[in-house]
Ligand binder design. Structure first.
Ligand code: NDP
Length: 423
């Protein structure tokens, strides 16, 4: 039985209890916009669950990528749901609305770039469908990414009776869920969190980024910002670093930087007084990045070139390997986790929750490296929980505002098993 968008009474569990379906449904059509590295993982994972995602539409600016993915899915996944490939320029909300009207999805998963968040959300409000993404809004002209303009859409989603689920990747996403899980199960109060992210993999290229090069370089070259003792502090980009011994990856130098989950977590869990985000980079990556920065190749202001205006970073992106092409050559492991300090019954405790994923295992399963995998799987899980009504709430929400337990269970089930230990 396919239920969509209107109140229905249906048997909800084996004990015969009933629940009211008001927003999503138990199953429905999903429109995935963006079929790059992470989007292709989300699409494959959705197609493995045809009882939830009863039809999958793959939309991309370059339609050949969506068509190629459609072919891959048809060849590799048995019992996949009906699939369509479509072209869309998601910078234009009118074109996104047209696409939504054509295919009537229950929800849109935005796996394109942060630049498209607002235009896709506008289209979702206009047409009355749910929305899921993995990265907060960023304007092409201003690298200061923020949730502010997405949060401002809360009442408009609520009035439409629809949900926007923000930041359902790994970091942000799973890291926020780890903290919500720790709060729910182990702490009366959380005081301090360090989010630590190590990529111990090697892709064999001189220089490449493991997710969209333009977004990655903007993020890494921005000034660092962190929250300490209830105060925001700024530092020059990559100027604070220290070694950390990551499970399965080993000791790596990690760098303090600003990351978007700091904005939502300080708002949604204000008891946390110190919150920092750390990421590892190899010396080789940093040397290349320094050279590119020094010669102006990472600038986002347009320059005049032979009568045309070009943005150096966009030009650089066109030269660099696409993250979706790195899966075949990447070896090694990633480890991402949260070190959470707080109190239970007035006793101090520190919990480390983390996930280790092997690049080659991910490639064997879905033809992608682990960064795309660790982003694409949580996007599917967030969408699944909204589709099933487990997480459905009217309005705009970050993942840490929902019950972490079903998400933590699904991480174990769909490829991102986690480990936790008190240290
Ligand atoms: P890719 O560059 O591999 O893929 C992006 C895709 O979006 C491409 O297929 C591109 O199509 C498409 N796209 C870009 N602009 C438009 C547009 N205007 N209309 C339609 N499609 C468009 O990037 P990734 O897969 O690495 O990253 C995808 C998203 O995931 C990004 O927002 C990134 O910030 C986020 N991310 C989140 C993480 C997390 O843990 N939360 C971690 C890593 C990434 P085309 O080829 O035609 O340009």
């Amino acid at each position: 039985m396919e239920l969509k968008g209107k109140p229905n009474r249906i048997p909800f569990n084996e004990q015969g209890f009933f629940d009211i379906i008001i927003g999503g449904g138990i199953m429905g059509t999903v429109l995935i916009i963006g079929t790059g590295a992470a989007g292709s993982v989300t699409a494959q994972k959705c197609c493995m669950l045809p009882k939830t995602f009863s039809k999958v539409i793959l939309a991309n600016r370059t339609i050949s990528k969506a068509e190629k993915l459609k072919k891959t899915i048809a060849q590799s996944i048995s019992n996949y749901p009906p699939l369509e490939a479509a072209q869309v320029d998601a910078d234009n909300p009118r074109l996104v609305s047209q696409l939504i009207r054509k295919f009537q999805p229950e929800m849109v998963i935005n796996m394109a770039l942060p630049y498209q968040d607002l235009s896709i959300m506008e289209a979702c409000i206009e047409t009355g469908v749910n929305y899921v993404d993995t990265a907060n809004y960023e304007s092409p002209e201003d690298p200061n990414f923020s949730y502010r303009r997405q949060w401002e859409m809360h009442d408009r989603f609520k009035i439409k009776g629809k949900m926007a689920l923000l930041g359902s990747g790994f970091d942000p996403g799973v890291t926020n869920i780890y903290i919500a899980h720790a709060k729910k199960n182990y702490f009366d109060e959380i005081d301090e969190v360090d989010i630590v992210d190590a990529n111990g993999g090697d892709h064999g290229q001189h220089f490449a980024t493991n997710f969209n090069p333009e977004i990655n370089i903007r993020e890494v070259t921005a000034d660092g910002r962190y929250y300490e003792d209830g105060i925001w502090k700024s530092i020059p980009a990559l100027s604070v670093h220290k070694p950390f011994d990551f499970p399965a990856v080993g000791v790596k130098e990690m760098y303090l930087m600003y990351h978007e989950e700091l904005e939502s977590l300080t708002r949604n869990l204000p008891e946390i007084k110190t919150l920092r985000f750390w990421m590892t980079f190899s010396e080789k990556y940093l040397t290349y990045l320094r050279v590119l920065e020094n010669i102006g190749m990472t600038k986002i202001e347009p320059v005049e070139f032979e009568g045309n205006k070009i943005v150096p970073l966009k030009f650089l992106k066109a030269l660099l390997p696409e993250p979706s092409s790195l899966g075949i050559s990447t070896k090694g492991k990633v480890c991402i986790g949260c070190l959470i300090k707080g109190k239970k019954d007035d006793k101090e405790k520190t919990l480390f929750v983390y996930c280790v994923k092997d690049h080659e295992d991910c490639y064997r399963e879905v033809g992608s490296q682990a960064i795309a995998y660790t982003t694409g799987v949580p996007a599917m899980i967030g969408a699944k929980l909204v589709m099933e009504n487990t997480w459905f709430e009217k309005g705009v929400y970050n993942v840490e505002q929902l019950d972490p337990t079903p998400f933590m269970n699904d991480l174990n089930k769909y490829g991102l098993p986690w480990t936790e230990k008190f240290i």
